[in-house]
Design a protein around this ligand. Structure first.
Ligand SMILES: NC(=O)c1ccc[n+]([C@@H]2O[C@H](COP(=O)([O-])OP(=O)(O)OC[C@H]3O[C@@H](n4cnc5c(N)ncnc54)[C@H](OP(=O)(O)O)[C@@H]3O)[C@@H](O)[C@H]2O)c1
Length: 268
């Protein structure tokens, strides 16, 4: 199956780099196009991508066509490629806020379509990618999409309804985590540590804590119990975070992202 990318920006580059570093796609033929000459050249030289004339040429040749352009660029792109897209082609859209129903309306209800929402950690193979599909996708197409996103982290299939909530956590919450890391590093600075040292310690701590929760399968509440001894120091900090509304702030932040996404989907 020939894979083609339209758009070779940040996300396409992360995915293609991950694919080239995985056994499954190391030598697989991948074609692509982008408006930008520098991006085209970089992908050709660094990641052995075959650059074709333009978006129409990718759409004419690819069996799996990855749409890696900004969501607002899709209507113009479809006008260009729809008349000459390869028959039976599977579409893989990375666009936020463009549901399967919208894609089917624009591409035809008989088009096999996958939506994928990776996150910024795809750059280091640490994405958690939400995937959903329409009824036209066959097992081979589903397996191919799974393999592509396993090359940059985890691939999790779900219904489209779940995808919105899931990708709020995986898409927006990295920024919340960077905020938390920055706050920990400046608290470390205040306590007398050089900031780079405090930041590195905070990053390793977050990775270690997440690994512990994942690998033991223990609930966070149980892990909290294990690190808070009676009359100890950690419970003082936990009490302060709770008193200042830490959990509530996280809930409100997730809600705010979901509300904004809904407004964008409705074109408000
Ligand atoms: N970046 C992320 O962390 C992330 C996470 C989840 C999902 N996504 C999704 O991934 C998609 C791509 O995002 P991105 O951040 O990679 O965007 P990006 O860095 O702006 O890359 C998009 C590239 O596509 C090019 N392009 C647009 N229309 C084209 C066409 N018709 N033919 C050839 N090239 C074309 C753009 O060129 P011009 O700018 O010159 O038009 C640009 O170089 C978006 O739908 C986004 O919602 C991104």
């Amino acid at each position: 199956m020939l894979i083609g990318f339209i758009g070779l920006g940040n996300m396409a580059r992360a995915i293609i780099a991950g694919m080239r570093e995985s056994e499954a796609f190391r030598h697989a033929p991948i074609i692509g196009s982008d408006h930008n000459e520098v991006k085209r050249r970089e992908m050709e030289e660094r990641w052995n991508l075959t650059i074709v004339a333009d978006d129409i040429a990718v759409a004419q040749k690819a069996d799996l066509l990855v749409l890696a352009v900004k969501p607002q660029a899709l209507p113009v792109l479809f006008e260009r490629i729809n008349p000459s897209r390869k028959r039976g082609q599977c579409i893989l859209s990375l666009a936020a806020g463009r549901p399967l129903s919208w894609l089917e309306e624009t591409l035809g209800a008989d088009t096999p379509i996958v939506r994928a929402m990776p996150n910024v950690a795809a750059r280091v193979g640490g994405s958690v990618t939400a995937l959903c599909k329409n009824g036209q996708i066959d097992d081979a197409q589903k397996d191919l999409a799974t393999a592509m996103f396993r090359a940059v982290g985890q691939a999790v299939w779900m219904t489209e309804e779940r995808m919105n909530a899931f990708s709020t956590i995986t898409g927006a919450a990295p920024a919340f985590t960077f905020l938390y890391l920055d706050a920990l590093a400046s608290a470390g600075l205040k306590a007398g540590l050089p900031k780079p040292m405090a930041l590195e310690a905070a990053c390793h701590m977050v990775m270690g804590a997440a690994k512990l929760a994942l690998e033991t399968g223990e609930l966070p509440a149980s892990l909290i119990d294990q690190v808070t001894s009676p009359g100890g120091t950690t419970i003082e900090g936990m009490h302060t975070l709770k008193a200042l509304g830490f959990e509530n702030a996280v809930h409100e932040a997730v809600q705010a992202v979901m509300e904004k996404e809904k407004k964008l989907r409705e074109g408000k």
